[in-house]
Design a protein around this ligand. Structure first.
Ligand SMILES: [Cu+2]
Length: 432
């Protein structure tokens, strides 16, 4: 008898600990406010400090381990299938809701890795002012930035690690122009998901390495900012056709057709509930995207949620008027052409010269390092931008990526970077 009581107590205590270490806030049936997710580098210093204070507290409470573990356990269901966008939108909202338990005004920012796609070493987000950069050479532990010397308990006890793909550097990411090419060419949800997941999304995971290239990557808060960028890219593609707020297509990991009624792994809610970011439960928009339409009728889950709350038919909240109706696309900053294929000496100063040199060699290997003939331009010698390196087939297979799609995306981004380089050369000639 005593034994049963003890077992019961252990089960209850375990359950309580599980819940308190990793809470699951319910989705709100209506939006009291609509928040604006912004590029993290545009936050004021005070807002940045506040953001990092919140995530440090989340880490202290062990919640990052919870996110890493959850993501790892259902990884095969939410990658390589049409659950990818919807499920990660829900996962990000879960993270943001936990941020708001610590600071009710907290909002998840995004990391626009396309800004420094050619030169991620110079990206302030990877500097000690934000998330820190590469792990140290001995054990890959992240030693600078907001997550300096962080530990993790999943899957094992360790420091938080990053191991840049080329030793000192991550290699190039995708330019926004190549991402927008896909927004234009992909007509179905399945096409769009496959092209983004196997291209622009994967290269960032691979480039940062360490924990970031594993399925427990959410132990690193930067994962959520990378995926907010992916979520924003989905939202922009949706904004180009109103139907994309109402329907999905393709298949889940069990090869069942994916519809708005399909249940999301772990959360159980339907996929339709994720399709409008400013609808019930989500209540956010992105800073430079148009306002999504107020449609929630495709989600039985949201219908039930809002009906239970107030007995009325749900209508997505309209966000405040100051949010732009039209996209205000930011200009990509012009990176000054410099020799050395964009490897920033300051950014890699901590790393020993040998591995830096090796990284440079690796980085340029297999690429046309087409320095412009000095005679072609009296003004300057420029070095072409370098496209992201192909993702290794073994890594792709191990992570269940689509190797064929990754190869097609490689071709696409190569072509776009070629175009960018040709235009830069023309511009230079025109200036000369
Ligand atoms: Cu993921």
């Amino acid at each position: 008898m005593l034994r049963y009581i003890c077992v019961a107590i252990i089960v209850i205590v375990g359950e309580v600990i599980a819940r308190t270490t990793f809470p699951m806030p319910r989705l709100a049936p209506a939006c009291t406010t609509t928040t604006v997710r912004r590029d993290i580098v545009t936050l004021s210093p005070t807002e940045q400090q506040r953001f990092f204070r919140v995530v440090r507290e989340m880490h202290r409470r062990g919640w990052m381990d919870g996110f890493g573990s959850m993501h790892d356990h259902i990884a095969h269901q939410v990658h390589g299938s049409e659950q990818f966008f919807a499920w990660h939108r829900r996962f990000l909202r879960h993270f943001e809701a936990l941020m708001q338990e610590i600071d009710p005004d907290a909002v998840l920012p995004y990391w626009n890795w396309a800004t420094y796609w050619q030169n991620p070493y110079a990206d302030p987000v990877l500097s000690s002012a934000f998330f820190g950069g590469n792990g140290r050479p001995t054990d890959n532990c992240v030693m600078d930035g907001a997550e300096a010397r962080w530990g993790r308990n999943y899957p094992t006890r360790s420091c938080l690690t990053r191991k840049f793909r080329y030793g000192a550097g991550t290699g190039s990411f995708w330019p926004m122009r190549a991402v927008r090419d896909i927004m234009t060419s992909a007509k179905t949800h399945a096409q769009f998901r496959s092209r983004i997941e196997n291209g622009a999304h994967g290269i960032v995971h691979l480039g940062l390495g360490g924990d970031f290239e594993t399925m427990w990557a959410p132990v690193d808060v930067l994962f959520f900012l990378h995926h907010a960028m992916i979520d924003k890219i989905w939202a922009e593609w949706q904004s180009r056709d109103p139907q994309r707020f109402e329907r999905v297509d393709g298949y889940d990991s069990a090869r069942q057709a994916l519809t708005v009624d399909s249940a999301m792994p772990f959360y159980g809610e339907d996929v339709g509930s994720t399709l409008v970011t400013n609808g019930p439960g989500y209540c956010y928009v992105y800073d430079d995207l148009p306002m999504p339409p107020a449609i929630v009728k495709k989600s039985k889950f949201l219908m039930a949620l809002t009906k239970a709350a107030n007995g009325t038919a749900p209508v997505a909240d309209r966000a405040p008027n100051q949010i732009p109706e039209e996209p205000q696309l930011r200009q990509e900053p012009q990176l000054s052409p410099q020799p050395g294929v964009g490897l920033d000496d300051d950014a890699v100063a901590d790393t020993d010269t040998d591995s830096k040199e090796a990284a440079v060699q690796l980085y340029i290997k297999g690429h046309r390092l087409a320095a412009i003939d000095a005679q072609a331009s009296a003004k300057a010698r420029i070095v072409d931008f370098v496209a992201p390196q192909p993702m290794d087939a073994s890594w792709l297979k191990q992570r269940n990526y689509d190797v064929g799609e990754a190869a097609r995306m490689q071709k696409l981004v190569d072509d776009v970077v070629d175009k960018i380089n040709a235009e830069r050369r023309q511009g230079l000639d025109a200036d000369a």
